[in-house]
Design a protein around this ligand. Structure first.
Ligand SMILES: Cc1cc2nc3c(=O)[nH]c(=O)nc-3n(C[C@H](O)[C@H](O)[C@H](O)COP(=O)(O)OP(=O)(O)OC[C@H]3O[C@@H](n4cnc5c(N)ncnc54)[C@H](O)[C@@H]3O)c2cc1C
Length: 333
């Protein structure tokens, strides 16, 4: 949903609801020529690919001839928010992967919040196999092979297979080698609202202005009502970390309320959360970069963002792959 103009206008996936294309053409929030370019780009995203990994997202969009209006109204607020990179420096290959998934799939929000994914995984293994609040401090080796992990609370857990599913800086620390990639940070304001300012599970995209820290926002309780605070509706407003107004909850709520002509006092600030290392930078060619830690010792694997593209589905597949290597029949004792 495009906001910040005269009135909010909606843009839906025309492959899911073909009449939406007519609406998009009529609304003219994205110039018609850019809509056609976008269709071409979607077709490209299903092609064999290859060259894209040498371009940044911004450079690829410019190659396709997208207008500055497209950058300001759609590319920076939407894909800048998805990639946590409003400058669009991220590899175009990552961007095309997301574009493909948005076109063919659906954006989902678990009713119990993102932590419910981990809870589902844990629910399938015996309780006593899971330990919480244990900070891994060092890997232990015997005769060149890993033999366990020492934790900050003094506990030592023996094991001849270790999968490091930690963030990249932690993986480098624990492996004692390599320099982590630079971080992409993010920051989110949460507000409780007396009433919903709009209906439906829409993401609100304001035109990207330098004066505003807001990238995008959503009434997330419209998509997952269970996330709402009692008797209220939940806003999640993603802002640009480091922007001079990023931490100013009053400014941010006034901006959001103004999109709908509402009174900002109907929004109550609940929390402001900053994540300094949200995902590692994924610049053009990042998949070809040599592994920061070189050759791993026998028995050690790295899984997650540090080892694959940064997204929830990529890290889940990567973690599963690592686990399968450990439990493959040939390796079971
Ligand atoms: C605000 C935000 C929104 C996002 N939204 C989306 C989205 O909508 N869709 C999407 O696909 N991706 C999204 N991402 C990205 C996604 O969350 C990551 O790609 C994914 O979580 C990475 O998984 P991971 O297992 O590699 O690392 P993490 O999820 O970061 O898990 C690593 C874990 O290791 C722990 N750890 C670190 N050091 C140690 C240590 N020494 N000992 C023990 N434990 C340690 C950390 O505490 C952490 O729990 C988002 C990220 C953020 C920050």
């Amino acid at each position: 949903m495009f906001v910040g103009g005269v009135r909010p206008r909606c843009l839906e996936n025309p492959l899911r609801r073909p009449p939406a294309l007519l609406g998009a053409l009529r609304a003219e929030v994205i110039p018609k020529a850019d809509l056609l370019r976008l269709l071409r780009l979607v077709a490209t995203s299903f092609g064999p690919g290859g060259a894209e990994e040498n371009f940044s997202t911004g450079a690829l969009l410019r190659r396709y001839g997208f207008s500055e209006t497209f950058f300001t109204r759609f590319a920076r607020p939407f894909f800048g928010g998805v990639l946590l990179d409003p400058e669009l420096r991220t590899s175009a290959e990552v961007f095309l992967g997301y574009l493909r998934r948005f076109v063919t799939g659906r954006a989902l929000l678990p009713a119990g919040g993102i932590g419910s994914l981990a809870e589902q995984l844990v629910s399938r293994i015996p309780r006593d196999m899971v330990r919480y609040d244990m900070r891994a401090e060092a890997l232990q080796f015997a005769e060149g092979k890993v033999c366990g992990v020492r934790f900050a609370n003094g506990v030592f857990l023996a094991g001849d297979e270790v999968i490091l599913a930690v963030d990249e800086p932690a993986a480098c620390r624990l492996l004692g080698s390599g320099r982590p990639r630079a971080a992409l940070a993010t920051a989110v304001h949460y507000f409780a609202a007396d009433r919903p300012f709009y209906r439906g599970a829409w993401l609100c995209l304001p035109p990207r202005r330098e004066t505003s820290p807001v990238l995008h926002a959503a009434l997330v309780s419209n998509a997952a009502p269970s996330l709402a605070p009692r008797g209220a509706h939940l806003w999640s407003v993603t802002v640009l970390p480091g922007h001079p107004r990023a931490t100013d909850a009053e400014w941010v709520r006034a901006e959001v309320a103004s999109w709908f002509g509402e009174d900002p006092r109907s929004m109550r600030s609940l929390a402001f959360i900053e994540v300094p290392y949200a995902v590692p930078e994924q610049l053009p060619g990042f998949r070809r970069r040599p592994s920061p830690w070189g050759v791993l010792s026998p028995g050690v694997q790295v899984a997650g963002d540090a080892n694959c593209g940064a997204s929830i589905d990529a890290v889940m597949a990567n973690g599963e792959e690592a686990a399968k290597k450990v439990i493959s029949p040939g390796r079971l004792k």
